[in-house]
Design a binder for this molecule. Structure first.
Ligand code: IPT
Length: 992
């Protein structure tokens, strides 16, 4: 038996999908039905409730919204959100879904306003209902629909009176359509986008198709608007088209030509286009632009562009996918402010207003159809709707509704059929339908592995080495020569890459460099924009970001939902800051010959809006400043060096840097001045003067009465264990090689081999212990402590030598040279190499830290473009990155000195002298500070579970392993791997 919500037929009783002008474009009357509705949830679709039932005594629930989140973050009276990535949370048996199928009955009443126009037609429009629904007016069933992220219109003409009307909507959580809406996100149900009544005058502009192009050889824009009144009587309608700003006018269906400023994401120029009939006027925001593919290169307005993009799911930590216009604007502005120029609307059409914002602020969009059937993959794709003719009509309906809804947006440069939906007969059917409606945009679908049907070669998570081969056009061939030749002539896009889960992504700069090198590479979309952590409160009322399993779901995918560049509350993660630095339109990079390479990476604009300001600085101390007189044409580059008359100071206690920043010189002409003068468009620096080396220590340790030792502010017991430093008890001091694994460390690179974190624990790195092998005072007065550090059950270990020596004329200082030598067989990499120091400090979190080194934010060996040399300050609390799932975070690299200011007014200064890892010597150490241990960090499931333990934990590392992107892609590349190697570090501790 197949019930209505299990039927595989297109929506029924609805208005035929149309190229509807965007909301607000017409002056015709509308009435919003958003607000408080009556609601009851039933366990089965067969609710037994009459459609004429008003539900006056039912619960109240806000539309738009998801019923699971109706009382978030405190209560879940209507079932909980549940997170699945790939797998269906019900038996795979299409089109059937379980009997246990939460079903919401919604009721609202409305009256037409007194001034509602006479005549014409009235449509009821739903922008998005998840997943299947039936609509009844005044007890009479009118329509059934689906396509959660697509609009549905129901014609109410002839049914509306002056009186009150009862609207009843029954929504099921599961339906046959759940099989094609298996995106990696929370399952959330209900009327989650707006509901409106829309008046359509007779002779209205129901269907408006905009064809706008730009000829870059002549500078002429072309425009044709096809207008039709389709709701009542299908057919063209006589309409006038004017572009007031251009002073041109034509009849609908005729082509207009005029010199224009083209639209691009860099300069999102829009023109008002006014289309009018006798009864309706519609004002559209039109961008003139042409997308083309020539010689395997993707062009906008005749120029090659690069997509520096992100995958965006709609998400709000309290409202789920019911995102507000404010959130959408916040997303767009955050993207623009971080130099993101493209969005893939993974994996469904977003709220239409988001696309208005992309047009207006300038983002290239791949608009993706609401289609994913990933849950068939584990079963070898058997039964996949995408390869089943019974589904053709429904799938073509879906994708054409997408095109019709969104085609007027200049920002959309490609259509995407969907995501992870396998292959089969419905792929060409959808492609043909899309091309028939809109031949002006290329079609994308990554799942068409041989690119037989699509226009661009798309992949996900290919590593940068393979991308490099594809860029050169020398990737391994497809078996079929014709398919291979066709694909080899296509531009290449990474529809997903640089999986941003937790601490990461590492290696973004390697991809970006490849994109720049090869015209075939169109760029890509980082996975993904935001962590979908839903806010909930724990038993004590503390709010936290919940991921899979946190609502008691028994079948879920845990932390994998937290893989974005933004934390759930939209705090930019260090990964987003790195993205901004790597994607910078004016890239400034140090070169081996001591110069800076400045590249204008805009496709269309010169850099006259930017000022290149330089400073010569020692730490935070400014020594000289200036401005470089430089304007680069689009796509050009030049080399700059410090002015020849620049006077460099003698080496002092901090490195001297020449830092060049390209900054916005004047505000852009957008209404909301999102781009303020001073906004950074790119930055780079040169190290001009290394700090003076630390003077040799040359003091003598003293022996204490109890057999222990003293060296300046450091006291040791007779075994050579450090017991106090700077007047604080020491709870531990030893070589360390482990870190609280990141989400990337926990997974094998591209699901092959074993995860780094596993290798580390099998080598015992998470359980290291130290054995003292000897303690002696050397002839020159130093305390030399020999030790061996190793974990259980392994012969591998580290031989360490700590050499402590007081500093002549500096009674508050002690010098330490650490030598670490790996012994035995080591896994192919280790997490870190350095020393761990735990000091007694009740107010560890409030401890201030001022450091000279890279900053102000964390950086890792493969995520380091954002960090710049200088002097920075924080508290230990602020030093932490609160990743949604706690893990290693906060490393500051290149640290030559750090001053800790304790709550009691005392302080400790740490200086780093020479540091070598293997044969390589480097400036400074990597510093990490925490008010809790790595073990506690590793154990915590959520950041709010971490509580200071009364100690200050310091990692003074020579190096740390990179972060990579193994959570769903390549691991740490060879250029950022840390192998067990001999290490030497000189450190100096001074009590303040
Ligand atoms: C890829 C999906 O397309 C995306 O939606 C997301 O789930 C991502 O993985 C992981 O976060 S598919 C995967 C098989 C590469």
């Amino acid at each position: 038996m197949t019930t209505a919500h299990e039927s595989v037929t297109p929506p029924d009783g609805v208005v035929a999908p149309r190229f509807r002008p965007p909301a607000g474009a017409s002056g015709s009357a509308t009435l919003s039905l958003d607000g408080e509705w009556r609601f009851r949830l039933f366990p089965h679709p067969d609710t037994g409730v009459d459609r004429a039932e008003r539900g006056d005594d039912w619960d109240r629930l806000t539309v738009p919204g998801h019923w699971q989140l109706a009382k978030a973050p405190h209560a879940w009276p209507y079932g909980v959100p549940a997170y699945n990535n790939v797998l269906y949370p019900f038996p795979v048996d299409p089109p059937h879904v379980p009997d246990d199928n939460p079903t919401g009955e919604y009721r609202t009443t409305f009256r037409l306003p007194a001034d509602w126009p006479e005549g014409g037609r009235t449509l009821l429009r739903f922008e998005g209902v998840d997943s299947w629904f039936q609509v009844a007016l005044d007890g009479e069933p009118l329509a059934t629909s689906h396509g959660s992220r697509l609009p549905t219109e129901v014609d109410l003409t002839g049914r509306l009176t002056d009186g009150e009307h009862l609207l009843a909507v029954r929504v099921t959580q599961w339906s046959a359509m759940s099989y094609v809406e298996d995106q990696d996100q929370w399952w959330l149900s209900g009327i989650f986008r707006s509901v409106t009544l829309e008046h359509r005058p007779d002779g209205a502009l129901d269907d408006v198709r905009v064809h706008a192009g730009y000829d870059h050889t002549t500078g002429v824009g072309t425009l044709r608007v096809d207008a039709a009144t389709v709701v009542a009587t299908a057919g063209a309608v006589p309409a006038r088209v004017t572009v007031p700003e251009l002073g041109v006018e034509a009849a609908a269906g005729e082509e207009l030509r005029a010199p224009v400023e083209p639209w691009s994401a860099e300069q999102p120029r829009l023109y008002d286009v006014v289309v009018s009939t006798d009864t309706e006027t519609v004002t559209l925001s039109v961008g003139f632009r042409t997308v083309s593919i020539e010689d395997g290169v993707f062009l906008v307005n005749g120029r090659p562009i690069k997509l520096r993009g992100v995958n965006r799911h709609e998400f709000d930590p309290l409202r789920g996918r019911a995102v507000t216009p404010e959130r959408m604007l916040e997303d767009v502005l955050l993207m623009k402010r971080h130099h993101i120029n493209a969005v893939r609307t993974s994996h469904y059409p977003p709220h239409p207003h988001f696309l208005d914002l992309c047009d207006r602020y300038g983002l290239y969009v791949i608009d993706e159809n609401d289609l994913e059937t990933h849950g068939f993959q584990p079963g070898g794709w058997v039964g996949n709707p995408v390869d089943d003719p019974a589904w053709t009509e429904v799938l073509v309906d879906r994708v054409t509704r997408t095109v019709r809804r969104d085609a007027h947006h200049a920002s959309i440069i490609m259509w995407s059929l969907g995501n992870e939906a396998g292959g089969g007969c419905n792929i060409p059917a959808m492609v043909d339908a899309v091309r028939a409606l809109d031949p002006s945009r290329p079609v994308h679908y990554e799942g068409d592995f041989s690119s037989d049907h699509v226009d661009v070669y798309s992949r996900m998570y290919a590593d940068s080495e393979e991308v490099e081969l594809i860029g050169q056009g020398i990737e391994p061939p497809l078996e079929r020569a014709d398919a291979d030749a066709r694909r080899r002539a296509m531009p290449f896009v990474l529809c997903e890459y640089a999986h941003a889960m937790g601490n990461g992504p590492g290696g973004l700069a390697d991809y970006d460099a490849a994109f720049d090198r090869h015209p075939r590479l169109l760029g890509g979309f980082i996975w993904e924009w935001i962590d979908h952590g839903l806010t909930r409160t724990d038993a004590d009322g503390n709010p936290f970001s919940a991921y899979g399993g946190d609502f008691g779901e028994r079948f879920h995918d845990g932390t994998f939902i937290a893989d974005g560049l933004l934390l759930p509350d939209r705090t930019p993660s260090p990964g987003l800051l790195e993205t901004a630095a790597v994607f910078a339109p004016v890239r400034i990079d140090a070169q081996a010959d001591g110069t800076l390479l400045v590249r204008n990476r805009y496709a269309f604009r010169d850099t006259s809006h930017a000022e290149l300001r330089w400073t010569l600085h020692r730490g935070a101390e400014e020594l000289a400043t200036g401005v470089l007189d430089l304007v680069l044409e689009a796509g050009t580059e030049t080399v700059v060096r410090p002015p020849s008359d620049l006077v460099l100071p003698e080496p002092g206690d901090a490195p001297v840097w020449w830092t060049v920043r390209a900054v916005q010189a004047k505000a852009e002409a957008l209404e909301e001045a999102w781009l303020e003068p001073g906004f950074q468009l790119g930055a780079g620096q040169l190290l001009l003067v290394e700090p003076a080396s630390l003077p040799a220590p040359a003091g003598r340790v003293s022996t204490e009465a109890d057999g222990g030792f003293r060296a300046g502010p450091a006291r040791f017991d007779r075994r050579g264990d450090l017991r106090t430093l700077a007047g604080r008890a020491v709870h531990g001091f030893r070589v360390d090689a482990w870190r609280a694994p990141t989400d990337n460390d926990r997974r094998p690179a591209r699901w092959r081999g074993s995860a780094d974190a596993e290798k580390w624990s099998s080598a015992g790195l998470n359980l290291l212990a130290e054995r003292k092998d000897g303690v002696a005072v050397t002839a020159d007065g130093a305390l030399a402590v020999e030790a061996r550090i190793a974990g259980p059950a392994t012969r591998a270990g580290f031989a360490a030598r700590y050499r402590w020596q007081p500093v002549t004329d500096a009674p508050d200082a002690v010098d330490l040279v650490v030598d670490i030598r790996p012994e035995g067989r080591w896994p192919d990499n280790v997490a870190r190499l350095g020393v761990l120091l735990a000091l007694d400090e009740p107010a560890a979190a409030e401890t201030g830290v001022r450091w000279t080194g890279l900053g102000p934010d964390e950086s890792y060996a493969d995520s380091r473009k954002a960090a710049l040399g200088g002097s920075w300050q924080h508290t230990v609390a602020d030093w932490q990155t609160r990743y949604t799932h706690p893990q290693e975070n906060g490393a500051r690299r290149g640290v030559t000195s750090a001053v800790l200011s304790f709550a009691d007014g005392t302080g400790l200064r740490i200086d780093a002298g020479e540091v070598t890892v293997g044969a390589r010597s480097q400036l400074g150490i990597e510093l990490s500070l925490r008010p809790w241990s790595d073990e506690a960090l590793d154990r915590a499931a959520h950041p709010h579970e971490l509580v200071p333990d009364g100690r200050l934990w310091l990692h003074l590392d020579a190096a740390q392993h990179g972060v990579g992107s193994a959570a769903c892609g390549p691991g740490v590349l060879p250029n950022a791997q840390l192998h067990a190697a001999p290490v030497r570090m000189r450190l100096r501790f001074t009590t303040l």
